[in-house]
Design a protein around this ligand. Structure first.
Ligand code: RB5
Length: 144
């Protein structure tokens, strides 16, 4: 199950992504907002805590630029949030960083590119290489 959340700046793209996830048969849950003006850190925190607790396999966060939600999400222990504006970054975020949250800019990306980025992110596994696992463990150590 994938969690998806946004603020008002990412709401329109979030709707596109939810529709796309439904079309590709990927179970997803919408954690808000509903288009009203909200503070993005609240939604980044809500989604990230749920992902970190194992309630969802991964999460997708959308704000106007993707920057605010990525900064906030990466404050939550256990979260590796990747702001991606292209498919190569999305692929690497999984292969090298085992990113468990994808952040997107609703005012930056067109819907078709965003859908490709989401597909790449969801369909790319972590490489499992020792070097990448070691670096991720080093990031984990930074949390304590
Ligand atoms: C909201 O206007 C906007 O600041 C927010 O969506 C996001 O872009 C912040 O990083």
């Amino acid at each position: 199950m994938i969690a998806v959340a946004s603020d008002h700046g990412g709401y329109a793209l979030k709707q596109v992504i939810l529709e796309h996830l439904a079309q590709r048969g990927t179970p997803a849950e919408d954690l808000g907002c509903n288009g009203e003006r909200v503070d993005y850190p609240l939604y980044a925190e809500k989604l990230s805590r749920a992902v970190a607790a194992g309630q969802y396999e991964r999460g997708i966060l959308v704000c106007g630029t993707g920057i605010g939600v990525s900064i906030a999400a990466n404050k939550i222990p256990g979260i590796r949030a990747a702001l991606c504006g292209d498919c190569f970054s999305a692929e690497m975020s999984r292969q090298h960083n085992d990113a468990n949250v994808l952040c997107l800019g609703g005012r930056v990306l067109g819907p078709e590119l965003a859908k490709k980025i989401v597909d790449t992110y969801l369909d790319t596994p972590f490489s499992g290489a020792e070097s990448h696992s070691r670096r991720i463990a080093m990031i984990k150590d930074l949390e304590s």
